[in-house]
Design a protein. Structure first.
Lengths: 365, 608
């Protein structure tokens, strides 16, 4: 559900272009929750304004030129007994005119284009910085100031600029959340940047836009826009056991996790202890950082950080809802769920182990 | 040098038929037909790949294709259509038409011409052989580093792609040199540059593009092969390389390549529209210079494929403006085509249907091109279906429409048979409806957020019905090409009733002044050219249609001897290149030996 809090909605192309779309493809229409034509972030809005101006000119040119072509075809069809038409070879004045007019129209597109290029090149002040790291085939998000590491789900506060520093851990990817900002490629040897500010609370989906191998089609991301208060709470929760805070401090992690859990302690303790044991025994720690285990402080593991997995909405980079059933299926055979995924079980898990792990992972909110 | 004069009186005489005559042929017309037949076959394979892709995407979460096979299919669809479909189909027209249009007996280097064809054929077979061992290229036709590194693509897939493209590059460069020299040196007396048919002009410009662009991809591929085979790191950051380098090199080739695919189409349409409008091309000089200007600018816009890499505002602005500038000469071309039609007396035959369809569809592709010349807009559109829509309007609505128009137009000249006009028009409407159903919704699909190159998509994003519409459209497109095949089969079968005269369309260029199909020596006597629309000029001087030219004896006309050394040399290149993938130095040496032996015998062979 996308809540509209801003009053900056401008009635114009962004409203009626989708309407035209719906009209053109009567039954094909939406809703379109990932549409660039329904921008919710300032970056996407700036892009949409340039695009709308271009579409207006393009529509005008389209109607005129195709119209003249159709008139010509209808008007000058050969009729029986037609004499040879006048053998014209050209007309300098006419040719000058139709060289100059398109050039003039292009300036009307070029000026807002260049202006927007420079507007979107300047990073806003006082933004929340998020390091976005592409992996085959999932996204990692690090918040250096908040000292948080998470995966596939980026939480941001409404009303505050978000500045993304983008890179990759392996091959090229491209980070793209269409309604909030446009896309920017991820390189292994440099950072690229992108930003947005939004007043719209809710969830926004995105997808990797640069072909990155086998499961490029299943490399989704989710941006959760929250009120500043909700965001602060989320930050506080996720700081527990964060590798950026507790590098290599196992005991402290464990203790902090215990403190954070609060009520229902006895039952929780049993899930925690058994789950932790299975997590270690089954080899999960080979690839995943997890609060309360020896990997809690490690940043360089291949798989996503699982410390607060229970609070995440989706599984396998946006592919499935994070339900106990889906998680169990994933743990039973990740290759059957997402062929070629780099998640490879060191050994098959028993059903008992799977249900223990499901309870354990889901308990960490 | 020893020479021999053969009896070239008639191409159907003994010794001029049979498989061996095709293997050893150096006749530009036969090589053109070989190019056409081979490329059409590859084109159908590429189309089949497209249909499989569309079938997979017909509904969300479909599992008709595995992700791996899907990736192989979209990579091979792009690679096939560009390098094995549209380029060699254009080469068919270069081969068949350039000597005829400029009044020459053959191309400048007939055996080099045969060599180009054989290298192309072997390269195409090599690329497609990868399917048989389940290792077809799978990193996209653009093969972005560092996904193509040995680390992330350990299989043979990328090796097939690298080596296949290198082999095809040899064919393209050799052919480009040949046609360039042919057009510059072999024009008939009086055929001044500004009297050349527009198709020859566009071909000349295309050859220049090929000669300047292909060395770049060759170098880029050598680097990639070195990275993969010898562990260098041109593109891998671990060793200090930069994956962005690949993107620059690839698109410095890749954008001119776009014009390599479309300029021959411009040429074809510029020949057809005047003939069926019964008046000369409007603004000939503007057409020549706009074509040259497009080609020139084509080398200064490559980074518009890279706006999302974050090049900075200055580079973004510069490449955006140069890209927008291309719209001006392109607009000039479109307006001149409409100016040609305007005031004419339109004979609406199948070639004209497709030529007019070309203009109508190309306008749409041009306009969407202007839309993503704006970097901010492109940041949303790049790598989405919007771009897929754009370039299919340019390449299918543009190049393929023009190539089909050209096929209907020149088929009678090539084979002496007129294709059925009613079936041709049926094919046009199927193609027209199918193409718009397939590609028009892609604009909206992309704008609504569907990325390219994804093997499936979830439902709930509003993509489902548009995708289904597109799949239905693609099936109609597939059907339209079956109709074309049926038309060719039916028309050839009915040949006695469909024999084409020398000039069935009342056309303006020299190839229509000689019998259909032309005799092996083309012109019994080299013509003298007095006018830009030479044949119209001759008919006007004669006050009516010219008499049907007689088939004459070619006794005494020197033509090059048939030769199989070009094929041997081409095999040498294939074997040599394969050594970089499998078989190692032994194959390299064997290939080099065949290559040098073939070239040696070729050099000292009597040329006739």
């Amino acid at each position: 559900m996308i809540l509209r809090t801003g009053s900056r909605e401008r009635v114009g192309w962004r409203v009626w272009l989708p309407l035209v779309t719906v009209a053109l493809f009567a039954a094909c229409g939406g809703p379109f929750p990932q549409s660039t034509l329904i921008p919710k972030g300032d970056f996407a809005q700036m892009v949409d304004e340039v695009f709308s101006a271009t579409v207006r000119w393009a529509t005008l040119v389209f109607v005129l030129v195709e119209g003249v072509l159709i008139v010509a075809i209808l008007k000058f069809r050969q009729r029986p007994g037609d004499a040879e038409p006048t053998q014209t070879h050209g007309n300098t004045v006419v040719e000058m005119v139709w060289t100059i007019i398109p050039a003039a129209i292009l300036t009307f597109i070029a000026v807002p284009t260049v202006r927007t290029i420079f507007r979107t090149a300047e990073l806003p002040e006082g933004g929340l910085e998020v390091e976005v790291i592409g992996h085959q085939w999932w996204w990692e998000f690090r918040y250096p100031a908040q000292q948080i590491v998470t995966a596939n789900e980026m939480h941001v506060p409404a009303g505050r600029p978000v500045i993304m520093k983008i890179r990759t851990a392996d091959v090229l990817h491209s980070f793209w959340v269409p309604q909030l900002s446009a896309k920017r490629d991820a390189f292994p040897n440099k950072y690229t940047t992108l930003f947005f500010t939004t007043d719209s609370l809710g969830e926004f989906t995105g997808q990797c836009a640069e072909f990155c191998g086998l499961q490029h089609g299943r490399m989704g991301s989710l941006v959760v826009v929250q009120t500043p208060d909700e965001f602060a709470q989320w930050v506080e929760r996720n700081q527990v056991g964060s590798p950026l805070i507790n590098r290599g401090v196992v005991a402290a992690d464990s203790a902090a996790a215990d403190t954070a859990r609060g009520a229902g302690r006895a039952a929780q303790d049993s899930i925690e202890a058994k789950g932790r044991e299975t997590f270690l025994a089954a080899g999960c720690i080979g690839c995943h950082a997890m609060v309360g285990t020896p990997t809690a402080g490690v940043l360089t593991l291949q798989g996503p950080n699982l410390s607060h997995f229970g609070s995440r909405r989706r599984l396998a980079a946006g592919m499935l809802p994070n339900t106990p059933e889906n998680l169990a299926a994933w743990l039973r055979d990740p290759q059957a769920v997402k062929e070629g995924s780099l998640m490879k079980l060191p050994r098959p898990l028993t059903e008992a182990e799977i249900s223990t792990l499901v309870a354990y992972l889901r308990a960490h909110q | 040098m020893a020479t021999s004069v053969l009896d070239h009186s008639d191409s159907t005489a003994p010794g001029h038929t049979g498989l061996w005559s095709w293997i050893t042929t150096v006749d530009h017309k036969r090589i053109g037909i070989l190019y056409g037949a081979t490329a059409f076959l590859f084109f159908l394979i590429g189309g089949l790949e497209a249909l499989l892709i569309r079938w997979q995407l017909a509904r969300p979460e479909n599992d008709f294709l595995s992700p791996e096979l899907y990736n192989q299919l979209f990579t091979m669809h792009g690679t096939t259509m560009i390098f094995l479909g549209v380029m060699p189909l254009s080469a068919m027209f270069f081969n068949f038409l350039i000597p005829l249009m400029i009044g020459a007996r053959d191309v400048a280097f007939p055996r080099l011409n045969a060599f180009s064809y054989w290298v192309f054929l072997l390269g195409g077979l090599f690329l497609n052989f990868s399917f048989l061992i389940n290792a077809a290229p799978n990193a996209g036709w653009f093969g972005y580093a560092n996904l193509t590194s040995r680390q992330y693509s350990p299989g043979l897939n990328i090796d097939f792609w690298v080596i296949g493209l290198q082999i095809l590059g040899v064919a393209s460069i050799a052919a480009a040199l040949n046609f360039f020299v042919t057009i510059v040196n072999l024009r008939a007396p009086g055929m001044r540059l500004m009297r050349m048919p527009m198709f020859v002009w566009m071909s000349l410009i295309t050859q220049m593009l090929l000669l300047l662009a292909f060395p770049v991809i060759t170098v880029a591929l050598v680097f990639l092969m070195a990275d993969r085979t010898f562990g260098s790191s041109f593109y891998t950051p671990g060793g200090g390389g930069d994956p962005t380098l690949w993107q620059h090199l690839f698109w410095i080739f890749g954008h001119p390549e776009v014009y390599i695919l479309i300029l021959p189409a411009f040429g074809i349409v510029s020949e057809i529209l005047p003939v069926f409008s019964r008046k000369p091309l409007f603004g000939y000089a503007a057409m020549v210079f706009s074509g040259a200007f497009i080609a020139f600018l084509g080398f200064g816009v490559w980074s518009h494929h890279m706006f999302s890499t974050g090049m900075g505002p200055v580079a973004d602005s510069v490449f955006s403006l140069t890209t927008m500038l291309i719209a001006v000469p392109t607009g000039v071309k479109i307006f001149n085509w409409i100016g040609t039609v305007w005031g004419g007396s339109l004979r609406l035959k199948t070639p004209m249907y497709f030529a007019l369809g070309f203009v109508a569809m190309f306008i749409i592709g041009g306009l969407s091109g202007v839309m993503h010349s704006s970097p901010p807009a492109d940041l949303q559109q790049t790598d989405t279906y919007f771009v897929v829509a754009h370039f299919h309007y340019v390449l299918f609505g543009g190049s393929i429409f023009a190539l089909i128009a050209g096929a209907y137009f020149w088929f009678p000249k090539m084979f002496g048979v007129l294709l059925d006009d009613r079936i041709g028009k049926l094919q046009f409407w199927l193609t027209f409806v199918g193409m718009n159903l397939t590609f028009f919704p892609m604009h909206f699909l992309g704008l609504h957020g569907m990325p390219r190159r994804v093997y499936t998509y979830p439902s709930g994003l509003g993509f489902d019905l548009m995708n289904l519409t597109q799949t239905i459209g693609s099936l109609i497109l597939g059907l339209s090409f079956l109709v074309m095949l049926y038309n060719i089969w039916k028309s050839v079968r009915e040949q006695p009733r469909r024999i084409a005269p020398a000039d069935p369309w009342d056309a303006a260029t020299l190839e229509w002044s000689i019998p259909s199909p032309p005799q092996e020596f083309n012109f019994a006597e080299i013509p003298t050219v007095e006018h830009r629309d030479e044949l119209w000029w001759r008919k006007r001087k004669a006050g009516g249609p010219l008499p049907e030219p007689a088939r004459v004896s070619g006794k005494g006309i020197h033509l090059p001897n048939p030769s199989y050394w070009p094929l041997v040399t081409a095999v040498g290149i294939l074997v040599f290149m394969t050594g970089f993938m499998a078989g190692g130095v032994v194959l390299n040496l064997a290939g080099a030996a065949i290559l040098f032996f073939g070239a040696f015998r070729w050099a000292f062979e009597p040329t006739g």
